[in-house]
Design a protein around this ligand. Structure first.
Ligand SMILES: Cc1ncc(COP(=O)(O)O)c(C=O)c1O
Length: 412
């Protein structure tokens, strides 16, 4: 099996540092992974595969951090985007795709009676908490410790450059802990505008957890009783678990829901949606951005949603993901390596036992990257509908070897 080298990637990365702080910033930097075992720059992609600047080919289990659901360069999505592009993309006013997209979203998402459009997930999670604050006339937002809702000041995990006070209206709960939620609600009675939650717990650097029925019931009951809103941040899971939204999938009575990532198969668009009763107050929140209105991502999103429905993509990724999780679990057992695969099969995560600093995981994923399988050691993976069973079999074969190498490196 060929072992890749990343000579050009690292030359370019070194050069990029002269022009960009850290060369590449955020979670896409190669220094965050197993430095030296991953590419730094990607040249092209098709379906579930990507090729780096050294010409190495990978099956991509990060799916562009979740945007690639149907496969890169999906013909129907590309045709819709191209058709809009022929009319140009970014105008002074919204394009004629605005209304069809609003109708598509409200016709698709359960309890989504209206929508507003932004570019990134962070735009719309921030918008949703503002709507909740205007509607309730309260400031406090509850969120789970360790959950990621974006890069904006109120929720970003790092603090550089952000005054502490900007997070002062946030209160933290333990995800899935109904008693902790009750305690925090009791401590902030009458002041809570909303709770914002990911549909299930998919924080980086830990096993995923599906929401316990008791937790979901407690969220719904307390929100109704104490008159705060439930915001489901479906940026990462949206369109992967249920076409009508993950709130419906898990049973949350969502008042506001946020989508992004997979909804346009890689074209930049994000959406916040709400119940009818919130619409008037929602109209008071200032929300805009120069590129929020560009037409191509709208056309791509409509085509993506139609194709997810027509092709049965959600069922397909669940089936392939189940095969992946089972196959990797069996391969690890055969090598005498203990791992846990967690989360819904469409977006699994793998954790090594006795690996508190994720060193084994980084080594394993680095060795896999050197052999053409792009996993991430800290973040959940994604399965896309362009994958086929042969891709999963190739992945399991490479993984079996990488489990062996990891065992040789670290012991059992
Ligand atoms: C659950 C969740 N919410 C919000 C965001 C922020 O989205 P974006 O990076 O598009 O701003 C992310 C991004 O990973 C996310 O996973």
């Amino acid at each position: 099996m060929k072992v890749y080298e990343f000579t050009k990637s690292y030359e370019l990365f070194e050069e990029a540092k002269k022009y960009v702080p850290n060369g590449i910033y955020g979670p896409r930097t190669p220094t965050f992974l197993t430095f030296g075992s991953y590419p730094a720059f990607i040249k092209r992609g098709e379906g579930c595969r990507i090729w780096d600047v050294d010409g190495n080919e990978f099956i991509d289990y990060m799916c562009s951090f979740g945007t690639n659901l149907l496969g890169l360069k999906h013909p129907k999505v590309e045709a819709a985007a191209k058709k809009q592009m022929e009319n140009a993309d970014c105008f002074t006013l919204p394009s004629d795709q605005w209304l069809p997209m609003a109708k598509k979203m409200t016709g698709t998402i359960h309890n989504g009676d209206w929508c507003v459009f932004g570019k990134n997930g962070s735009d719309v999670t921030s918008y949703a908490i503002a709507v909740a604050r205007v509607y309730t006339g309260r400031w406090i937002i509850l969120m789970a410790k360790g959950s990621y809702h974006g890069s904006h000041a109120w929720c970003q995990p790092h603090g550089a450059g952000i005054p502490e006070e900007w997070k002062s209206h946030i209160r933290y709960i333990e995800y899935n802990d109904a008693d902790d939620l009750k305690r925090v609600v009791e401590e902030n009675r009458g002041a809570i505008a909303a709770i914002i939650l990911t549909p299930h717990r998919h924080d980086a650097l830990r096993d995923q957890e599906l929401p316990a029925q008791k937790f979901v019931d407690t969220v719904n009951t307390l929100a109704e009783k104490e008159k705060f809103l439930v915001i489901i941040d479906d940026i990462r899971c949206g369109f992967r678990l249920n076409l009508s939204g993950s709130a419906l999938h898990y049973g949350y009575n969502a008042d506001l829901q946020c989508f992004g990532k997979a909804m346009a198969n890689g074209y930049p668009i994000a959406v916040a949606m709400g119940r009818e009763i919130l619409k008037e107050e929602a109209s008071k929140v200032f929300f805009t951005g120069t590129h929020f209105f560009s037409g191509v991502p709208f056309a791509a999103a409509i085509a993506t949603i139609d194709e997810i429905q027509a092709s049965g993509a959600i069922e397909k990724i669940a089936k392939l993901g189940t095969m992946l999780m089972q196959g990797m679990s069996d391969a690890a057992s055969s090598e005498g390596v203990k791992v846990t695969l967690s989360g819904p099969p469409a977006m699994p995560f793998m954790n090594f036992h006795d690996d508190p600093t994720f060193e084994k995981n980084r080594y394993f994923c680095g060795e896999a990257a050197k052999r053409g399988i792009f996993f991430h050691p800290h973040h959940n993976w994604f399965v896309c509908a362009a994958m086929e069973e042969k891709d999963i079999r190739q992945t399991i074969e490479v993984s079996a070897l990488c489990f062996k190498l990891t065992k040789e490196q670290f012991g059992g």
